[in-house]
Design a protein around this ligand. Structure first.
Ligand SMILES: [Zn+2]
Length: 176
């Protein structure tokens, strides 16, 4: 991917996320200051946290893969927001309940299949319940998996990597 395109996408996403947040907006507008300097703390959306199927990114943009982790749960398990943020989407996609939360560091997290208990636009805190597991996902038995996905500036990342940051997370410039 072109670095310029990635930067534009990141800047656009951050500008949208920064609406109403003067501190973050100021960092976006300051030349030379990484826009994603905000440090966000993450915790797993379900406890205990057992990975049933790991993150498996496709080797080609449209190849097979698994763009998140499946966490083993009991049917009806409560799902918590992994970090403070704003609900960007809460509803059904292809018959499955999905919640997407955007965070101040340019990361968005996705949770499915769940019955949402929040609405788009809601501010949520880390650990706040956003829904309960209901429905089927891939190889899991119905109600036994929460699919947890994460994107950083539009690219899927392993959400488990959010849980063990090696010090403050920094946004480094892409190189071509
Ligand atoms: Zn999955």
């Amino acid at each position: 991917m072109g670095s310029r395109r990635a930067w534009l996408a990141a800047a656009t996403a951050l500008c949208v996320a920064a609406a109403g947040d003067m501190a973050l907006a100021a960092s976006v507008l300051s030349p030379g200051v990484p826009a994603a300097a905000a440090v966000v703390s993450y915790s797993a959306p379900v406890h205990p946290t057992h990975v049933a199927h790991p993150f498996d990114p496709p080797s080609t943009p449209y190849g097979p893969g698994h763009l998140g982790v499946d966490l083993a749960v009991l049917p009806g398990a409560s799902v918590a927001a992994a970090a403070d943020g704003v609900v960007a989407f809460a509803g059904a996609v292809a018959g499955r309940g999905l919640v997407v939360v955007t965070h101040a560091d340019g990361v968005s997290t996705e949770y499915e299949p769940i019955t949402p208990s929040v609405r788009a636009g809601d501010r949520v805190r880390r650990g706040e319940v956003i829904g309960t597991v209901l429905g089927s996902h891939r190889r899991c038995r119905p109600g036994r998996c929460l699919h947890w996905g994460a994107k950083r500036n539009g690219d899927y990342i392993d959400p488990m990597s959010l849980l063990h940051p090696l010090g403050p997370v920094r946004l480094l410039p892409w190189t071509t």
